[in-house]
Design a binder for this molecule. Structure first.
Ligand SMILES: [Zn+2]
Ligand SMILES: [Zn+2]
Ligand SMILES: [Zn+2]
Length: 164
């Protein structure tokens, strides 16, 4: 549960002074508040009344996990490109000096792998279901390997991308 901020009710439009309307969430998960005197007119495809829109920062989610560096709680944040990462809640960013402060622990979410009760059609080993960092899913053979030094794949090369 997120704490309900009181500024919700007392926020006034800086353009016309009317109270701001309800917080709405866009398809991409961004939050915004429109001026309560503004109305979207589907016929003219324009805003009738005041067109002020306040974009709200996406609040990071506090995790029930501790930073391995300093022990503070970790936050789950999503970048503009939809990638997820965990970062330390004590980390700060000073836009004036363009320097980061606090703890610098960051952990990119690389996706998950799950063992399936399915056999590889190529070699008969078990398949695993991988979810990439961008949310794509693929089945691949559990015998497949990747050598980062030589950048070559080994083992069975069966891969099946999942259509979503
Ligand atoms: Zn307004
Ligand atoms: Zn930390
Ligand atoms: Zn295989």
């Amino acid at each position: 549960m997120k704490p309900d901020k009181q500024e919700k009710s007392k926020d006034l439009c800086p353009k016309c002074g009317a109270p701001l309307g309800e917080i709405t969430t866009t398809k991409s998960g961004k939050k915004l508040q429109r001026c309560s005197t503004g109305n979207w007119n589907p016929e003219t495809r324009q805003i009738d009344g005041c067109d002020y829109v306040k974009w709200l920062p996406v609040e990071p989610e506090t995790l029930d996990e501790k930073c391995p560096k300093c022990g503070a709680p970790l936050l789950m944040t999503t970048t503009r490109f939809g990638k997820k990462m965990k970062k330390c809640s004590t980390s700060t960013w000073d836009p004036k000096t363009r320097t980061a402060g606090g703890c610098d622990y960051v952990e990119w979410i690389k996706g998950t792998r799950e063992e399936l009760d399915e056999d590889c059609p190529k070699c008969g080993s078990k398949l695993i279901l991988m979810t990439t960092a961008t949310g794509k899913k693929l089945k691949k053979c559990s015998t497949s390997t990747w050598d980062p030094k030589t950048r070559t794949a080994g083992g069975c090369d069966f891969v099946e991308w999942q259509k979503t």
